[in-house]
Design a protein. Structure first.
Length: 403
């Protein structure tokens, strides 16, 4: 049995590595358990919004250690073909490969003093009076007074301890993506982040993320919509999407099955309970993803950091929930509402895209939000002042349709 740690973090992705780094810096003895051996891949577009780097300046300072590609142009396309391009002065997004980025974050956690046990696949979890007991598949047993569950969308800890009985089908999306070397597939416009809402039928999205040496191309659907409106198998759907983009002259090359991995992302907002005295859920394990954009890395890192803070100052689950609600609660709520509102009627997505194109102040707000020039709260306030009638209408819809 391994004891003697103040906190154990299950999962060494952005949430877990950030929690471990913050705990170690705060003087706690922290141990990360991950079933993988790093560097390991995680299917992901690897789009870091600029605000992520503003929130974590030490990570920004460390980025030259890996390959990155800064993006200043975002192209959005709606069903029916309406489209808009938004240019930003600061890079709006920095594209990274998760195999490199996650390894960097975990290395930074180690450098701060955290320990890491790789190949530790946690299969059994139990809470008792003095702490939490974790059993790995290979028979190792770990115990600590406090655990951070940062083990991703399929979190074993959240399931075993009753936080999450399983995502409802409309709270999780399946994203079918490949990350392929530029020698086999490339974006024709390699400085543009290309996003399409509803590329086919159903509540879907598609994207091209051009990285420095790779390109990520993917298509995703809310699982409830995927089950009812899509007939093709995941790879066939993805390959047809890539072929369509190639025919339009947006990509050069072909889909590559060996680089393809479908994976899920929670899009229904945070779980009802995200912490108890001895257990703190961070990142995908707690449902911390923007349900409209599917951005999750920022929220994983923020909740990992806040979980560490609540543990160091307590441990206090109430403090954790207060901290994350204050920093990201409004965005979590609004994103969930916006995605349900927009995708309930696809013509609303077209109106939104046309609205952004016709209205430079709205495009400015989006650009400031994406690039981190203004916070989400700041942009929200400016939106309400600039467009009071639309804001009031959305507020009424929100209060009548929230569940
Ligand atoms: C295809 C796709 C594209 C995406 N694109 C973007 C994007 O461009 N930008 C963005 O911001 N977000 C994106 N997201 C969302 C983003 O990938 C996630 O929100 C983010 O990875 C969450 O980080 P995390 O640390 O919570 O979990 P993860 O990154 O999933 O890390 C969880 C870790 O836990 C480990 N683990 C799991 N189970 C166990 C266990 N039982 N025992 C031990 N270890 C375990 C895993 O090995 C893994 O290392 C995308 C998601 C998908 C699926």
């Amino acid at each position: 049995m391994t004891a003697g740690f103040d906190a154990i973090i299950v999962g060494g992705g952005p949430a877990g590595a950030t929690a471990a780094r913050s705990l170690a810096r705060g003087g706690a003895r922290a141990l990360v358990l991950d079933r993988a051996a790093f560097p390991r891949n995680k299917p992901c577009g690897g789009g870091l919004t600029w605000r992520t780097l503003k929130r974590f300046p030490d990570v920004e300072a460390a980025l030259p250690r890996i390959s990155t590609h800064a993006i200043r142009r975002i192209y959005m396309e709606a069903p029916g073909g309406a489209s808009v391009s938004i240019e930003t002065e600061e890079p709006a997004v920095v594209l990274v490969r998760r195999i490199e980025f996650d390894h960097l974050l975990l290395t930074m956690a180690r450098e701060a003093g955290a320990e890491v046990a790789e190949g530790a696949d946690v299969t059994r979890v139990s809470e008792h009076a003095a702490g939490v007991r974790l059993e790995a598949r290979d028979g190792r047993v770990f115990e600590a007074p406090v655990v951070v569950a940062a083990d991703g969308v399929y979190s074993t800890v959240a399931r075993r301890l009753g936080f999450n009985p399983g995502w409802p089908r409309d709270h999780v999306a399946i994203d079918m993506m490949e990350e392929t070397p530029l020698s086999r597939l490339r974006a024709v416009e390699d400085g543009t982040l290309w996003v399409s809402f509803a590329p086919g039928s159903g509540h879907g999205y598609g994207y091209i993320f051009p990285k420095r040496d790779y390109v990520n191309v993917g298509v995703g659907y809310v699982v409830s919509s995927f089950k009812t409106s899509i007939r093709e198998a995941p790879y066939a759907l993805h390959a047809a999407f890539v072929a369509g983009l190639t025919a339009r002259g947006l990509l050069k090359g072909e889909a590559d099955r060996s680089c393809f991995t479908p994976y899920q992302v929670p899009v229904g907002g945070p779980l009802r309970t995200t912490a108890r005295r001895r257990v703190y859920l961070a990142g995908d394990a707690g449902g911390f993803v923007n349900g409209f954009s599917a951005e999750g890395i920022y929220f994983a890192m923020v909740t990992g950091d806040l979980a560490a803070r609540a543990i160091l100052d307590g441990p206090s689950p109430r403090l954790y929930e207060r901290l994350w609600r204050r920093e990201i609660g409004a965005e979590m709520r609004d994103a969930r509402f916006l995605s349900r509102y927009a995708f309930a009627d696809l013509s609303r997505v077209s109106r939104l895209v046309r609205g952004v194109r016709a209205c430079p102040p709205l495009a400015r707000l989006l650009a400031d939000y994406a690039s981190g020039t203004d916070t989400y709260e700041g942009v929200r306030r400016r939106f309400a002042l600039k467009f009071p009638r639309i804001a009031a209408k959305l507020a009424i819809r929100y209060f009548t349709h929230r569940s």
